[in-house]
Design a protein around this ligand. Structure first.
Ligand SMILES: [Zn+2]
Length: 595
């Protein structure tokens, strides 16, 4: 079992570990590579200007973080092509489908980049170019594998000219059209081949060699070699469905066990139901089951004694009953009351968030959904939506409240922070005090919240502008408190400011705490946003282009809640895939309709 994770840079220890393992695979599997070529891998990832390619490492990792194989995909946005520099399984691990899974993922990623083709080198299967029968048999197997995808060497060119006369196994240049019928024009092919030779082999290839190869490209359009191994009918040429063209939807199935039936308890199961009903309309959601994650992920953002307390206190509440905190021992924190119900106030910020058996179970389920969504981003989804209750953003490191028990968004943001910088944007009507509190001293997670002004809005004690972070985290918390009664246009001005700050932080992942209680008529809010406003907000957030995990927070006007959620995601979809709205990349007409 392995998962393929996309790595954009070497800024975190998890990425550094994967890159180091990829380098070990290179040394073991590519005996002809110089140590300099191996050493430059991290630099290729973080310096696209110098290498004139944007590089991404696709790492196939098992559950223990061991690299079972990898591919290094280079993108030349100036010439609209992708180049597969390496693809390799770890030594002894060629079975298990790793090579095939990696190549299919490479094709998905290349297609998502809207390139005109994927190019790579492959050693020849021609006896005149490959003398050793054993090596030639391996080369044949590889070319046959790629031919299944319609990828074949360029025909009638001198690309496979040995650098030194008599060198064995000069590589072909293979092109995978990624299922497109668009011909490769001669001039375009010449520009691409020149870029490959210059950018990759600049120091190896003398200028007259480059000119010789370029001038040998005379067919217009350029032809690929005729299929040699695979009959046309069995070739699969269209890339697999693009994961990043769907939104992973993870629903907390067990949410409805948590049902507080007291009058006025607006955080009710029907909230999920009305949202789910509306999400059936757009065709871009893919429902996935929640996975179970170790509880240590919760303890990495919540204090151990708080987690223990919630577990024990919830378990002791008789079936069907709820306990509300009613004593708040603010003066002597070292002597919490011995009675568990009395102690509730020691860990809670308000009087209306009850403890009961099912609250605990539902809160655990919500965390698993958020973590599953985070994992989806690592697996290649561009957007994941954890549709959960109870919400989480009011839960602090050691306190619950505001209908929240565990801060699912914060648990997921912390999980993602192992793989890159994370921004958390909280658009709930109420300040995300829990998320602020959890990351207040950290610079690797930037927390931003837009909310009703705490002078007049829950939670009243936090969400002010001057809370900017502490220690290493100073400057990494941004609060934008807003006046009461704000409308959609006014809201967007502030949202634009928040997004500008996030873009400046340049996160690798964005977590969105999506509260829809900014809607007109919400019983807990005062803003007047309509479904059109949610559509526009979604579009603005999607246009950031960041891998995005959305967690459901508030939103209590069930008459409009589902519709507002749907419009938000439709807007998000538009913002994320602008090609669908505009005419798309003119080089590949019709491509945007494929996913
Ligand atoms: Zn709220």
């Amino acid at each position: 079992m392995f998962l393929i994770r996309k790595i954009y840079d070497d800024s975190t220890s998890a990425n550094q570990a994967a890159i180091a393992q990829a380098q070990a695979i290179l040394r073991a599997q590519f005996s002809g590579l110089s140590e300099g070529d191996v050493a430059k891998l991290p630099d290729q990832l973080h310096d696209p200007l110098k290498h004139r390619f944007h590089a991404q490492l696709l790492a196939a990792e098992n559950a223990h973080g061991e690299l079972r194989g990898f591919a290094l995909l280079l993108h030349a946005p100036d010439l609209h092509f992708a180049y597969l520099e390496y693809i390799s399984a770890a030594p002894g691990g060629t079975g298990g489908g790793i090579g095939g899974a990696l190549y299919e993922r490479v094709r998905e990623e290349a297609a998502a980049l809207n390139v005109m083709g994927l190019f790579f080198e492959c050693l020849p299967d021609d006896e005149a170019l490959s003398h050793d029968p054993e090596i030639r048999a391996q080369n044949t197997a590889r070319l046959k594998f790629y031919e299944r995808y319609g990828a074949r060497p360029l025909a009638n060119t001198a690309y496979e000219t040995p650098l030194k006369a008599g060198d064995d196994n000069p590589p072909y240049l293979v092109m995978d059209r990624l299922g497109s019928d668009q011909p490769l024009g001669r001039n375009e092919a010449r520009r691409i081949v020149r870029a490959i030779l210059d950018r990759k082999y600049g120091e190896l290839c003398p200028p007259d060699y480059v000119e010789h190869v370029i001038n040998s490209i005379t067919d217009d359009p350029v032809q690929l070699r005729a299929p040699r191994y695979i009959r046309r009918s069995t070739r699969k040429t269209a890339p697999a469905p693009l994961r990043d063209r769907r939104i992973a939807l993870i629903v907390n199935d067990k949410h409805d066990i948590h049902h507080v039936r007291e009058r006025g308890y607006v955080e009710a199961p029907v909230r999920i139901k009305v949202i789910l009903q509306q999400l059936e309309k757009p065709g871009f959601f893919e429902r996935l089951p929640a996975r179970k994650f170790p509880r240590s992920w919760i303890r990495s953002v919540h204090d151990r004694d708080f987690v223990q307390y919630l577990m024990h206190a919830c378990a002791r509440v008789p079936e069907g009953k709820s306990v509300y905190p009613y004593v708040f021992p603010i003066r002597n924190a070292t002597r919490p009351p011995r009675e568990l119900p009395l102690r509730a106030g020691y860990y809670c910020i308000d009087t209306f968030t009850p403890l009961n058996r099912n609250a605990w179970l539902a809160a655990l389920g919500a965390v698993d959904c958020a973590l599953t969504g985070a994992q989806c981003l690592l697996d290649g989804y561009h957007v994941a939506y954890a549709l959960v209750r109870p919400p989480g953003h009011h839960a602090e490191r050691r306190s619950f409240g505001g209908f929240c028990y565990f801060n699912s968004a914060a648990v997921a943001a912390n999980y993602l922070s192992r793989y890159g910088r994370v921004a958390v944007l909280d658009v709930d009507y109420h300040h995300g005090n829990g998320t602020e509190n959890i990351f207040y001293r950290r610079a690797d997670v930037f927390t931003v919240s837009l909310h009703g002004h705490p002078r007049v809005t829950y939670p009243y004690f936090s969400g002010f502008e001057d809370e900017r972070g502490e220690g290493a985290g100073l400057g990494y918390n941004l609060n934008i408190p807003l006046q009461e009664g704000l409308d959609g246009a006014g809201y967007r001005e502030h949202l634009a400011r928040a997004l500008k700050h996030i873009a400046r932080f340049a996160p690798h992942y964005l977590v969105l705490a999506l509260g829809l209680d900014t809607a007109k008529g919400d019983p807990t809010g005062s803003f007047t946003l309509t479904y059109r406003d949610f559509h526009e907000n979604g579009r603005m957030i999607g246009a950031l282009g960041l891998p995005l995990l959305v967690t459901q927070e508030g939103g209590y006007r069930t008459r409009s809640l589902g519709q507002n959620a749907r419009h938000f995601f439709e807007g998000l979809w538009e913002g994320t895939h602008p090609a669908r709205q505009a005419s798309g990349n003119p080089r590949r007409p019709g491509k945007a309709t494929r996913g």
